[in-house]
Design a protein around this ligand. Structure first.
Ligand code: SAH
Ligand code: SF4
Length: 407
């Protein structure tokens, strides 16, 4: 549905709005976020046979193909019981979804409305088979509505933080993508938490969502096919290390030196880059799984030979992989992507120190390129003087940071 506007998006269910306060959050838990024994106990309390919980689970998960969105679809249940289940739980926590195809059918950006009117995004990316690599269909999902970290090159950072997502609100983005794929005869192969929000600042819900997605009796996607990206929440990384391998951990690095990273990832003032990389290194050593570092390259800001050399010094010898991503332009910043020859030079400098590097060339398909941008569009452009002031501050802060690190 390209070019859908807010006015065309279906409203939240009637009765959930009030003229002054806006939509109220639906208190019914989403079924995809429930532990299986909670549902079994609910049926047991109603003197229902044990297989009822299994029937609901089969309907919700449908072998990883997306599953039912309403009780009415669950024909195996008696009608009265279906109504009772509907009154107590939600089959789908996304109240409306707009889908916009892009990149000649290679990506689909989806904007989801939640019960309280919050908007979050997911992006489905299709990678055709190439050489030894099989076809992949990856969905990039959100863990929070907005984000409090406030990275200045990120559309979500611009929106500020609204709230943490519930477990089912996270999982239902994946089910929605799986449903669309199933309709076209495909299957979801990968999930990446690289949409809106900082997953490690909503870690309990993210861990529950990953458990549901990787459980063979629920969504059934192997944990190796799930990646969670963090901007560097050190206590969260340490907690994950203690839990053992749960998924692939990606760390948004962007700069190896503190003064510049303080500007690009404001969380760096709390957990400086050396602490982030030390935690990531420990994680890789303990879990045996390599860390994936994300580096968004911004023309003239973090792409100099000095930046590449500092990054090589920081990561040399580590069990890691670096993804270089040309920055996708965002309305409120004066910045743009580094030219490809500079990105290639950056990659070459890292490879010189035997660090594995890939360059994501197709920006349109990229994660950062997509998530946060639809919601930012909805929020509307900030007023011109506000943008001008912000640009001025960014140019000033990044120039000061560059001076501090010696250009
Ligand atoms: N908050 C987490 C995960 C969501 S952001 C994190 O920051 O890691 C996912 C990735 O998109 C991050 O690596 C982020 O730096 C990147 N990103 C955000 N805005 C971008 C842009 N305009 N261009 C390119 N990458 C961007
Ligand atoms: Fe938040 Fe990640 Fe965007 Fe930074 S890049 S503002 S951490 S979503």
């Amino acid at each position: 549905m390209p070019g859908v506007t807010e006015a065309q998006m279906p409203d939240a269910p009637s009765g959930s709005t009030s003229p002054t306060a806006g939509p109220v959050r639906d208190p019914r838990p989403g079924l995809s976020g429930l532990e299986p024994d909670v549902l079994s106990a609910w049926f047991a309390d109603r003197s229902q046979p044990g297989y009822r919980a299994r029937q609901i689970a089969d309907a919700v998960w449908a072998g990883g193909s997306g599953g039912a969105q309403a009780g009415a679809e669950v024909r195996t249940l008696p009608a009265a019981l279906r109504d009772e289940v509907d009154a107590a739980f939600r089959f789908d926590t996304l109240t409306a979804t707009d889908v916009r195809p892009g990149d000649g059918g290679q990506t689909e950006k989806a904007l989801h409305r939640l019960s309280d009117g919050a908007l979050v995004e997911s992006v489905l990316m299709h990678y055709p088979a190439r050489g030894a690599n099989r076809q992949r269909d990856t969905v990039c999902i959100s863990s929070q509505a907005g984000c409090a970290v406030g990275c200045p090159f990120c559309a979500t950072g611009e929106l500020g933080f609204s709230r943490d997502l519930e477990t089912a609100e996270i999982v239902d983005q994946v089910r929605a993508a799986a449903r669309r794929l199933t309709a076209s005869g495909r299957r979801l192969t990968n999930v990446v938490f690289m949409g809106m929000g900082e997953p490690l600042l909503n870690l309990d819900r993210v861990l529950e969502a990953v458990t549901a997605l990787s459980d063979p009796h629920r969504f059934g996607l192997g944990a190796r096919h799930i990646t969670v990206s963090t901007s560097g929440v050190v206590p969260g990384i340490r907690r994950l290390t203690a839990l053992g391998p749960q998924f692939t951990l990606a760390v948004s690095l962007h700069a190896a030196r503190d003064p510049l990273r303080d500007v690009l990832v404001p969380l760096n003032r709390r957990w400086p880059v050396a602490e982030v990389v030390a935690a990531a290194r420990d994680h890789a050593e303990v879990t045996g799984r390599r860390i994936s570092y994300e580096v968004t390259l911004i023309d003239g800001v973090n792409d100099t030979p000095a930046d590449a050399a500092a990054m090589a010094d920081l990561l040399r010898g580590d069990l890691c992989h670096v993804n270089l991503i040309p920055m996708n332009p965002v309305a409120h910043t004066p910045w743009r992507a580094s030219p490809m020859d500079r990105i290639e030079g950056f990659a070459a400098r890292l490879r010189q120190d035997r660090i594995a590097v890939t360059i994501r060339r197709n920006r349109g398909q990229e994660i950062g390129a997509a998530c946060g941008q639809l919601a930012a569009e909805r929020a509307g452009e900030p007023a011109a003087p506000v943008v001008a002031r912000r640009r001025e501050l960014l140019v000033r802060d990044s120039a000061a940071a560059l001076r501090a690190v010696g250009g």
